[in-house]
Design a protein around this ligand. Structure first.
Ligand code: URP
Ligand code: ZN
Ligand code: ZN
Length: 444
Protein backbone atom coordinates (compact mmCIF):
# COMPACT_ATOMS: atom_id res chain seq x y z
CA UNK A 1 0.00 0.00 0.00
CA UNK A 2 1.13 3.65 -0.31
CA UNK A 3 3.25 4.92 2.60
CA UNK A 4 1.58 6.92 5.34
CA UNK A 5 1.35 10.69 5.04
CA UNK A 6 1.19 12.39 8.40
CA UNK A 7 -0.53 15.77 8.00
CA UNK A 8 0.40 17.07 11.45
CA UNK A 9 3.84 17.13 13.12
CA UNK A 10 5.96 19.54 15.14
CA UNK A 11 9.62 18.56 14.76
CA UNK A 12 12.15 20.80 16.52
CA UNK A 13 9.36 23.22 17.46
CA UNK A 14 10.14 25.96 19.95
CA UNK A 15 7.69 26.09 22.86
CA UNK A 16 7.86 27.59 26.33
CA UNK A 17 11.60 28.32 26.02
CA UNK A 18 12.46 24.79 24.92
CA UNK A 19 12.24 22.78 21.68
CA UNK A 20 10.43 19.54 20.90
CA UNK A 21 13.01 16.79 21.19
CA UNK A 22 12.77 15.13 17.79
CA UNK A 23 14.43 17.02 14.98
CA UNK A 24 13.74 16.45 11.30
CA UNK A 25 16.28 13.63 11.02
CA UNK A 26 15.48 11.68 14.19
CA UNK A 27 11.71 12.09 13.81
CA UNK A 28 11.71 11.17 10.14
CA UNK A 29 14.09 8.20 10.47
CA UNK A 30 11.86 6.63 13.04
CA UNK A 31 8.71 7.52 11.10
CA UNK A 32 10.06 5.65 8.08
CA UNK A 33 10.53 2.60 10.30
CA UNK A 34 6.83 2.73 11.04
CA UNK A 35 5.62 3.08 7.46
CA UNK A 36 5.30 6.86 7.15
CA UNK A 37 6.90 8.20 3.96
CA UNK A 38 5.91 11.88 4.14
CA UNK A 39 4.84 14.38 6.79
CA UNK A 40 3.70 17.99 6.84
CA UNK A 41 5.15 20.16 9.61
CA UNK A 42 3.95 23.53 10.90
CA UNK A 43 6.27 26.49 10.30
CA UNK A 44 6.11 29.02 13.14
CA UNK A 45 6.87 32.58 11.93
CA UNK A 46 9.85 34.42 13.44
CA UNK A 47 8.54 37.64 15.08
CA UNK A 48 5.46 37.33 12.89
CA UNK A 49 7.52 37.09 9.67
CA UNK A 50 6.48 34.21 7.43
CA UNK A 51 9.60 34.45 5.26
CA UNK A 52 11.92 34.35 8.27
CA UNK A 53 9.95 31.39 9.66
CA UNK A 54 10.16 29.59 6.34
CA UNK A 55 13.94 30.11 6.20
CA UNK A 56 14.33 28.85 9.77
CA UNK A 57 12.40 25.67 8.93
CA UNK A 58 14.38 25.16 5.73
CA UNK A 59 17.45 25.08 7.97
CA UNK A 60 15.82 22.72 10.47
CA UNK A 61 14.88 20.36 7.61
CA UNK A 62 18.34 20.31 5.98
CA UNK A 63 19.15 16.81 7.21
CA UNK A 64 15.80 15.33 6.23
CA UNK A 65 15.76 11.66 5.27
CA UNK A 66 12.04 11.57 4.40
CA UNK A 67 9.90 13.72 2.10
CA UNK A 68 8.14 16.57 3.86
CA UNK A 69 5.99 19.64 3.25
CA UNK A 70 5.08 22.70 5.31
CA UNK A 71 1.94 24.38 6.60
CA UNK A 72 2.43 28.02 7.65
CA UNK A 73 1.12 29.46 10.93
CA UNK A 74 -0.40 32.95 11.01
CA UNK A 75 0.04 34.75 14.33
CA UNK A 76 -0.59 38.41 13.45
CA UNK A 77 -2.21 40.45 10.69
CA UNK A 78 -1.01 43.33 8.53
CA UNK A 79 -0.30 44.08 4.88
CA UNK A 80 3.11 42.43 5.06
CA UNK A 81 1.62 39.16 6.31
CA UNK A 82 -1.04 39.29 3.58
CA UNK A 83 1.69 39.76 0.95
CA UNK A 84 3.89 37.08 2.45
CA UNK A 85 1.00 34.63 2.30
CA UNK A 86 0.94 35.11 -1.46
CA UNK A 87 4.71 34.53 -1.66
CA UNK A 88 4.35 31.35 0.40
CA UNK A 89 1.70 30.02 -1.99
CA UNK A 90 3.14 31.19 -5.30
CA UNK A 91 6.86 30.74 -4.64
CA UNK A 92 7.35 28.41 -1.67
CA UNK A 93 4.94 25.56 -2.27
CA UNK A 94 2.75 26.12 0.80
CA UNK A 95 -1.01 25.68 0.35
CA UNK A 96 -2.30 25.75 3.94
CA UNK A 97 -2.29 28.27 6.79
CA UNK A 98 -3.00 27.48 10.43
CA UNK A 99 -4.71 29.83 12.86
CA UNK A 100 -4.52 29.18 16.60
CA UNK A 101 -7.76 30.07 18.40
CA UNK A 102 -6.00 29.18 21.69
CA UNK A 103 -2.66 29.90 23.43
CA UNK A 104 -3.72 33.41 24.48
CA UNK A 105 -0.89 35.95 24.47
CA UNK A 106 1.39 33.64 22.47
CA UNK A 107 -0.11 32.37 19.22
CA UNK A 108 -3.83 33.07 19.57
CA UNK A 109 -5.68 35.12 16.95
CA UNK A 110 -9.00 36.92 17.35
CA UNK A 111 -12.08 36.65 15.12
CA UNK A 112 -11.13 39.75 13.11
CA UNK A 113 -7.80 38.16 12.17
CA UNK A 114 -9.50 34.85 11.49
CA UNK A 115 -11.84 36.55 9.03
CA UNK A 116 -9.00 38.41 7.28
CA UNK A 117 -7.00 35.20 7.13
CA UNK A 118 -9.93 33.17 5.78
CA UNK A 119 -10.56 35.76 3.03
CA UNK A 120 -6.89 35.71 2.05
CA UNK A 121 -6.79 31.91 2.03
CA UNK A 122 -9.82 31.89 -0.24
CA UNK A 123 -8.30 34.28 -2.77
CA UNK A 124 -5.06 32.27 -2.83
CA UNK A 125 -6.73 28.85 -3.03
CA UNK A 126 -5.06 27.86 0.25
CA UNK A 127 -6.60 25.73 2.96
CA UNK A 128 -7.46 27.48 6.24
CA UNK A 129 -6.68 25.32 9.27
CA UNK A 130 -7.66 26.00 12.88
CA UNK A 131 -6.60 24.86 16.31
CA UNK A 132 -10.10 25.19 17.72
CA UNK A 133 -10.32 26.03 21.43
CA UNK A 134 -11.70 29.24 22.93
CA UNK A 135 -8.42 30.75 24.18
CA UNK A 136 -10.06 33.45 26.33
CA UNK A 137 -12.17 30.86 28.13
CA UNK A 138 -9.17 28.53 28.51
CA UNK A 139 -7.30 31.41 30.16
CA UNK A 140 -10.23 31.87 32.55
CA UNK A 141 -10.35 28.11 33.20
CA UNK A 142 -6.64 28.07 34.03
CA UNK A 143 -7.08 30.96 36.49
CA UNK A 144 -9.96 29.05 38.08
CA UNK A 145 -7.81 25.92 38.58
CA UNK A 146 -4.89 27.85 40.07
CA UNK A 147 -7.25 29.68 42.47
CA UNK A 148 -8.59 26.29 43.55
CA UNK A 149 -5.03 25.10 44.18
CA UNK A 150 -5.13 22.57 41.32
CA UNK A 151 -1.65 22.94 39.86
CA UNK A 152 -0.93 19.39 38.59
CA UNK A 153 -1.36 17.99 35.06
CA UNK A 154 -5.03 17.14 35.72
CA UNK A 155 -5.61 20.91 35.97
CA UNK A 156 -4.65 21.14 32.29
CA UNK A 157 -7.64 19.04 31.19
CA UNK A 158 -10.01 20.55 33.77
CA UNK A 159 -9.20 24.07 32.59
CA UNK A 160 -10.11 23.43 28.92
CA UNK A 161 -13.20 21.14 28.80
CA UNK A 162 -14.79 19.86 25.55
CA UNK A 163 -17.34 22.68 25.51
CA UNK A 164 -14.55 25.15 24.71
CA UNK A 165 -13.38 22.99 21.81
CA UNK A 166 -16.96 22.65 20.58
CA UNK A 167 -17.53 26.42 20.78
CA UNK A 168 -14.38 27.30 18.82
CA UNK A 169 -15.01 24.59 16.23
CA UNK A 170 -18.54 25.86 15.70
CA UNK A 171 -17.34 29.49 15.48
CA UNK A 172 -14.61 28.65 12.96
CA UNK A 173 -17.08 26.62 10.88
CA UNK A 174 -19.62 29.47 10.86
CA UNK A 175 -17.01 32.07 9.93
CA UNK A 176 -15.70 29.80 7.16
CA UNK A 177 -19.28 29.42 5.91
CA UNK A 178 -19.73 33.21 5.98
CA UNK A 179 -16.57 33.64 3.86
CA UNK A 180 -17.36 30.50 1.81
CA UNK A 181 -13.91 28.98 2.23
CA UNK A 182 -12.95 25.33 2.93
CA UNK A 183 -11.88 24.66 6.52
CA UNK A 184 -9.64 22.02 8.12
CA UNK A 185 -9.93 21.50 11.88
CA UNK A 186 -6.72 20.02 13.28
CA UNK A 187 -6.39 17.59 16.21
CA UNK A 188 -10.07 17.11 16.89
CA UNK A 189 -10.34 15.56 20.36
CA UNK A 190 -13.97 15.65 21.46
CA UNK A 191 -17.49 14.57 20.59
CA UNK A 192 -18.47 18.24 20.90
CA UNK A 193 -16.15 19.27 18.05
CA UNK A 194 -16.87 16.19 15.97
CA UNK A 195 -20.62 16.85 16.09
CA UNK A 196 -20.07 20.37 14.77
CA UNK A 197 -18.11 18.91 11.84
CA UNK A 198 -20.85 16.32 11.20
CA UNK A 199 -23.56 19.00 11.19
CA UNK A 200 -21.62 21.27 8.83
CA UNK A 201 -20.79 18.46 6.40
CA UNK A 202 -24.40 17.34 6.40
CA UNK A 203 -25.38 20.84 5.31
CA UNK A 204 -22.89 20.62 2.44
CA UNK A 205 -20.08 22.73 3.93
CA UNK A 206 -16.50 21.81 3.01
CA UNK A 207 -15.05 20.99 6.41
CA UNK A 208 -12.35 18.46 7.13
CA UNK A 209 -11.84 17.07 10.63
CA UNK A 210 -8.52 15.55 11.62
CA UNK A 211 -8.43 13.29 14.69
CA UNK A 212 -4.98 12.38 16.00
CA UNK A 213 -3.84 9.00 17.19
CA UNK A 214 -3.67 9.97 20.90
CA UNK A 215 -7.27 11.22 20.86
CA UNK A 216 -8.47 8.17 18.96
CA UNK A 217 -6.88 5.62 21.26
CA UNK A 218 -6.24 7.05 24.73
CA UNK A 219 -8.45 8.49 27.43
CA UNK A 220 -7.71 11.07 30.12
CA UNK A 221 -6.94 8.58 32.90
CA UNK A 222 -3.17 9.08 32.42
CA UNK A 223 -3.52 12.74 33.42
CA UNK A 224 -4.66 11.60 36.85
CA UNK A 225 -1.60 9.41 37.51
CA UNK A 226 -0.27 10.18 41.00
CA UNK A 227 3.29 10.84 39.85
CA UNK A 228 4.00 14.01 37.90
CA UNK A 229 6.29 12.46 35.25
CA UNK A 230 3.65 9.96 34.17
CA UNK A 231 0.77 12.44 34.18
CA UNK A 232 2.71 15.25 32.44
CA UNK A 233 3.51 13.15 29.39
CA UNK A 234 -0.23 13.18 28.54
CA UNK A 235 -0.46 16.98 28.51
CA UNK A 236 -1.42 18.22 25.06
CA UNK A 237 -3.99 20.65 23.67
CA UNK A 238 -6.86 20.16 23.20
CA UNK A 239 -6.55 17.67 26.06
CA UNK A 240 -6.99 13.91 25.75
CA UNK A 241 -10.64 13.50 26.73
CA UNK A 242 -12.56 11.18 29.05
CA UNK A 243 -13.25 7.67 27.81
CA UNK A 244 -16.05 7.69 25.23
CA UNK A 245 -14.74 10.55 23.13
CA UNK A 246 -12.10 8.22 21.62
CA UNK A 247 -14.66 5.62 20.58
CA UNK A 248 -16.92 8.32 19.11
CA UNK A 249 -14.01 9.64 17.03
CA UNK A 250 -13.26 6.10 15.80
CA UNK A 251 -16.90 5.72 14.77
CA UNK A 252 -16.80 9.09 12.98
CA UNK A 253 -13.76 7.90 11.03
CA UNK A 254 -15.45 4.69 9.99
CA UNK A 255 -18.64 6.45 8.92
CA UNK A 256 -16.77 9.11 6.90
CA UNK A 257 -17.62 12.10 9.11
CA UNK A 258 -13.86 12.43 9.64
CA UNK A 259 -11.52 11.95 6.71
CA UNK A 260 -7.93 11.32 7.75
CA UNK A 261 -5.66 10.72 10.75
CA UNK A 262 -2.60 12.63 11.93
CA UNK A 263 -0.21 12.29 14.84
CA UNK A 264 0.40 15.83 16.17
CA UNK A 265 3.78 14.38 17.12
CA UNK A 266 5.32 16.98 19.42
CA UNK A 267 7.57 15.18 21.86
CA UNK A 268 9.12 16.56 25.03
CA UNK A 269 11.27 14.63 27.50
CA UNK A 270 10.31 14.26 31.15
CA UNK A 271 12.95 16.89 32.01
CA UNK A 272 11.29 19.34 29.64
CA UNK A 273 7.83 18.43 30.95
CA UNK A 274 9.05 19.07 34.51
CA UNK A 275 9.27 22.82 33.78
CA UNK A 276 5.65 22.70 34.90
CA UNK A 277 6.05 20.64 38.07
CA UNK A 278 4.47 23.41 40.18
CA UNK A 279 2.13 24.81 37.54
CA UNK A 280 0.48 22.84 34.72
CA UNK A 281 0.46 26.00 32.55
CA UNK A 282 4.24 25.66 32.20
CA UNK A 283 4.24 22.03 30.99
CA UNK A 284 5.19 22.03 27.28
CA UNK A 285 2.14 20.80 25.35
CA UNK A 286 2.44 17.73 23.16
CA UNK A 287 2.69 13.94 23.05
CA UNK A 288 4.72 11.46 21.04
CA UNK A 289 3.17 9.49 18.21
CA UNK A 290 5.20 9.30 15.01
CA UNK A 291 7.60 6.61 15.87
CA UNK A 292 10.14 5.01 18.02
CA UNK A 293 13.43 3.87 16.66
CA UNK A 294 13.77 0.17 16.96
CA UNK A 295 16.25 -1.78 19.03
CA UNK A 296 15.16 -5.36 19.60
CA UNK A 297 11.54 -5.51 18.78
CA UNK A 298 9.13 -3.57 16.63
CA UNK A 299 7.80 -0.54 18.38
CA UNK A 300 4.64 1.39 18.05
CA UNK A 301 3.91 3.80 15.29
CA UNK A 302 0.72 5.56 14.44
CA UNK A 303 0.31 3.43 11.34
CA UNK A 304 0.38 0.29 13.50
CA UNK A 305 -1.95 1.71 16.11
CA UNK A 306 -4.47 2.84 13.51
CA UNK A 307 -4.32 -0.53 11.75
CA UNK A 308 -4.81 -2.38 15.03
CA UNK A 309 -7.58 -0.10 16.33
CA UNK A 310 -9.51 0.34 13.11
CA UNK A 311 -8.80 -2.57 10.74
CA UNK A 312 -7.96 -5.43 13.08
CA UNK A 313 -11.12 -4.61 15.08
CA UNK A 314 -13.22 -4.66 11.90
CA UNK A 315 -14.19 -0.97 12.03
CA UNK A 316 -12.78 -0.20 8.58
CA UNK A 317 -11.50 -2.11 5.58
CA UNK A 318 -7.83 -2.15 4.49
CA UNK A 319 -8.89 0.03 1.55
CA UNK A 320 -10.28 2.64 3.89
CA UNK A 321 -7.12 2.39 5.97
CA UNK A 322 -5.15 3.50 2.91
CA UNK A 323 -7.60 6.34 2.35
CA UNK A 324 -7.36 7.77 5.83
CA UNK A 325 -3.62 7.29 6.40
CA UNK A 326 -2.45 8.36 2.95
CA UNK A 327 -4.72 9.01 -0.04
CA UNK A 328 -7.09 11.55 1.48
CA UNK A 329 -4.20 13.58 2.88
CA UNK A 330 -2.59 13.65 -0.58
CA UNK A 331 -5.88 14.82 -2.12
CA UNK A 332 -6.56 17.49 0.50
CA UNK A 333 -3.06 18.94 0.13
CA UNK A 334 -3.18 18.58 -3.66
CA UNK A 335 -0.26 16.21 -4.19
CA UNK A 336 -2.31 13.22 -5.39
CA UNK A 337 -1.43 11.01 -7.28
CA UNK A 338 2.25 11.84 -6.88
CA UNK A 339 1.71 10.84 -3.24
CA UNK A 340 -1.01 8.70 -1.70
CA UNK A 341 -1.11 6.21 -4.58
CA UNK A 342 0.83 3.31 -6.05
CA UNK A 343 0.29 4.25 -9.68
CA UNK A 344 2.62 4.58 -12.64
CA UNK A 345 4.18 8.02 -12.29
CA UNK A 346 3.64 8.25 -8.51
CA UNK A 347 6.65 8.57 -6.22
CA UNK A 348 7.47 5.01 -5.23
CA UNK A 349 6.52 5.42 -1.55
CA UNK A 350 5.28 1.95 -0.66
CA UNK A 351 4.92 -0.11 2.49
CA UNK A 352 4.37 -3.81 3.10
CA UNK A 353 2.31 -4.44 6.23
CA UNK A 354 1.90 -7.93 7.64
CA UNK A 355 -1.52 -8.10 9.32
CA UNK A 356 -0.54 -11.26 11.20
CA UNK A 357 2.60 -9.85 12.78
CA UNK A 358 2.44 -8.48 16.34
CA UNK A 359 3.88 -5.39 17.95
CA UNK A 360 4.33 -4.29 21.54
CA UNK A 361 5.16 -0.77 22.63
CA UNK A 362 7.67 -0.33 25.42
CA UNK A 363 9.94 2.57 26.27
CA UNK A 364 12.65 0.13 27.33
CA UNK A 365 13.16 -1.21 23.83
CA UNK A 366 13.31 1.98 21.86
CA UNK A 367 16.09 4.17 20.66
CA UNK A 368 14.24 7.44 20.62
CA UNK A 369 15.55 10.63 22.16
CA UNK A 370 12.37 10.46 24.18
CA UNK A 371 12.30 8.80 27.59
CA UNK A 372 8.52 8.61 27.91
CA UNK A 373 5.78 7.08 25.82
CA UNK A 374 2.03 7.61 26.08
CA UNK A 375 1.41 4.30 24.31
CA UNK A 376 3.55 2.26 26.73
CA UNK A 377 2.43 -1.35 27.12
CA UNK A 378 0.09 -1.44 24.13
CA UNK A 379 0.13 -4.60 22.05
CA UNK A 380 -1.45 -5.20 18.71
CA UNK A 381 -1.44 -6.82 15.34
CA UNK A 382 -0.30 -5.35 12.05
CA UNK A 383 3.34 -4.51 11.53
CA UNK A 384 5.11 -2.66 8.73
CA UNK A 385 7.77 -5.07 7.47
CA UNK A 386 9.16 -2.99 4.61
CA UNK A 387 9.20 0.72 3.81
CA UNK A 388 10.20 1.90 0.36
CA UNK A 389 10.67 5.65 0.05
CA UNK A 390 11.20 7.14 -3.38
CA UNK A 391 11.97 3.65 -4.73
CA UNK A 392 14.64 2.90 -2.10
CA UNK A 393 14.19 0.30 0.63
CA UNK A 394 14.75 2.21 3.85
CA UNK A 395 13.29 -0.27 6.35
CA UNK A 396 13.56 -4.04 6.12
CA UNK A 397 14.33 -6.88 8.57
CA UNK A 398 14.01 -4.35 11.41
CA UNK A 399 16.92 -2.41 9.95
CA UNK A 400 16.90 1.24 8.92
CA UNK A 401 18.94 2.50 6.00
CA UNK A 402 18.47 6.24 5.91
CA UNK A 403 20.66 8.97 4.50
CA UNK A 404 20.64 12.49 5.98
CA UNK A 405 19.71 15.01 3.31
CA UNK A 406 17.90 12.49 1.08
CA UNK A 407 14.40 13.73 2.01
CA UNK A 408 12.82 16.07 -0.55
CA UNK A 409 10.75 19.17 0.10
CA UNK A 410 7.38 18.58 -1.58
CA UNK A 411 5.77 21.71 -2.98
CA UNK A 412 1.99 21.66 -2.64
CA UNK A 413 0.02 23.64 -5.23
CA UNK A 414 -3.06 25.71 -4.31
CA UNK A 415 -6.70 25.10 -5.30
CA UNK A 416 -7.17 21.49 -4.24
CA UNK A 417 -10.44 19.70 -5.01
CA UNK A 418 -11.94 21.39 -1.94
CA UNK A 419 -12.12 24.61 -3.96
CA UNK A 420 -14.04 23.10 -6.88
CA UNK A 421 -17.22 25.10 -7.47
CA UNK A 422 -16.58 27.70 -4.75
CA UNK A 423 -16.85 30.53 -7.31
CA UNK A 424 -20.23 29.24 -8.50
CA UNK A 425 -21.60 29.38 -4.96
CA UNK A 426 -20.20 32.93 -4.65
CA UNK A 427 -21.87 33.98 -7.91
CA UNK A 428 -25.17 32.55 -6.69
CA UNK A 429 -24.84 34.44 -3.42
CA UNK A 430 -24.06 37.71 -5.25
CA UNK A 431 -26.99 37.34 -7.60
CA UNK A 432 -29.26 36.68 -4.60
CA UNK A 433 -28.21 40.15 -3.35
CA UNK A 434 -29.34 41.80 -6.57
CA UNK A 435 -33.02 41.40 -5.84
CA UNK A 436 -33.07 43.45 -2.61
CA UNK A 437 -30.68 46.01 -4.18
CA UNK A 438 -33.02 46.42 -7.18
CA UNK A 439 -36.03 46.76 -4.84
CA UNK A 440 -34.17 49.39 -2.82
CA UNK A 441 -33.15 51.34 -5.98
CA UNK A 442 -36.66 51.40 -7.45
CA UNK A 443 -38.10 52.58 -4.11
CA UNK A 444 -35.68 55.56 -3.89
N1 URP B 1 -1.09 19.79 20.42
C1 URP B 1 -0.18 20.16 21.30
O1 URP B 1 -0.42 20.08 22.49
N2 URP B 1 1.03 20.62 20.91
C2 URP B 1 1.44 20.94 19.62
C3 URP B 1 0.99 22.29 19.19
C4 URP B 1 -0.44 22.28 18.72
O2 URP B 1 -0.73 21.62 17.73
O3 URP B 1 -1.27 22.91 19.34
ZN1 ZN C 1 -2.78 22.89 17.85
ZN1 ZN D 1 -0.17 20.25 16.57
Amino acid sequence: MPGGIDPHTHLAMEALRTESIDDFFSGQAAALAGGTTMHIDFVIPVNGSLSAGFKAYERKAKNSCMDYGFHMTITKWDEVVAEEMEIMVKEKGINSFKFFMAYKGILMVNDELLLEGFKRCKSLGALAMVHAENGDAVFEGQKRMIELGITGPEGHALSRPPVLEGEATSRAIRLASFVNVPLYVVHLMSIDAMEEIAKARKSGQRVIGEPVVSGLILDDSGLWAPDFVTAAKYVMSPPIRASGHNKALQAALSSGVLQLVGTDHCAFTSTQKSFGIDDFRKIPNGVNAIHFLILLMMEKQWMHLVWHTMVESGKISPTNYVRLTSTECARIFNIYPRKGATLAGSDADIIILDPNSSFEITTRSHHSRLDTNVFEGMKGKGKVEVTIAGGRIVWENDQLKVVPGSGKYIEMPPFSYLFDGIEKADAKYLSSLHAPVKRFNSAT
